[in-house]
Design a binder for this molecule. Sequence first.
Ligand code: NAP
Ligand code: ZN
Length: 366
Amino acid sequence: MATTAQPEATTETTAGPTIAKAWGVDAPDEQLKPMEIERRALRPDDVAIKITWAGICHSDLHQCRNDWHNSRYPVVPGHEIVGLVTAVGPKVTKYKVGDTVAVGTVVDADLTCAECQAGWEQFCLSGSTFTYNGVDKIDGTITKGGYSDHIVVREHFVFRMPDNLDPAKASPLLCAGITTWSPLRQYPEHVAPGKKVAVAGLGGLGHLGVKFANALGAHVTMITTSPSKGDDARALGAHDVVVSTDAEQMAAAAGRFDFILDTIPVTHDVQPYLQLLRRGGRMVLVGAIEPLPSIHGGLLIMGNKAIGGSGVGGCPETQEMLDFCAEHQLYPEVETIRMDQVNEAYERLLKNDVRYRFVIDMARGL
Ligand code: NAP
Ligand code: ZN
């Protein structure tokens, strides 16, 4: 494939489809294992990226195991990607070989519909393409994610990594980061200095929710099922901690919060949390992508409360979030692992034993 705009960009990636080393699963009951996958030849607006760091999101585990009943096998997960540009198509203008870049949960959308034009590409009216387990709009292949040595992505969906953002720690920002940043930014009347914000679930998403809410000036409370995480929560920026399994603590927190960000990864009764909202309070669900038990309408009506959801974030706000993190030197707490430790990492994720995001060093164990 021609790379006339960037002659120095010539690598084998540009010559045609390439074989990538990857880890994935062929079935829901399998462990992740090494496999070879094909990456497409560069289209004119594509960027080829050598992946250096890949975060492990709970969604990766959900999709390997078909928890959402829509997995297309083989699943090669990974949508928290940081890497180096190795080649660019002739129409690429923003990136050149050698740039450090990042890719998140979405790799394509029509870019013409009202949602795309407004910067909400993930909600593209003709359907956005997820980084893995999606269907490529042009060739119909199933997309494969970041547990891989390289990837080819349309330029619009590639983010610039600020110079002073450490690539080894930043990859979880591409999903956990934007998924918590976006809802906190969508409700500036609820998330601001003087406002009380709670984050439920201190995991990959939740720990960034705490850091962001603190950085945005709110008074932050961690709502956790794990009393042992209290000290961590405070170190991350929580001013207060409520243990959700302690009825007395939950009763004492009734009517307290302007905003609750709920990152709990499984279906659960949201009613105890709605009771913690003050008048006009809002709760945003990002974790439980599945049916929820019913909600008594009175819990919303009494106190003018609202419950909603939020899905990742669009491209402009993802870049904004990366720039904010660089400016404030705000990082995820990461535990770096080798690729061949991924199955152990998944088991630990299920056991709630990660503080607070696994990041795979793609140079090791692939
Ligand atoms: P994670 O690292 O496993 O953290 C989830 C946290 O929730 C745990 O650390 C735990 O915190 C709490 N928790 C776990 N099981 C629980 C249970 N049974 N009841 C109550 N609390 C429980 O997961 P993550 O990577 O942050 O992802 C969280 C969820 O968000 C996943 O379902 C993921 O698929 C989803 N997600 C959604 C979006 C979106 O666009 N909306 C994007 C990315 C991910 P405590 O110990 O503090 O209780
Ligand atoms: Zn994710």
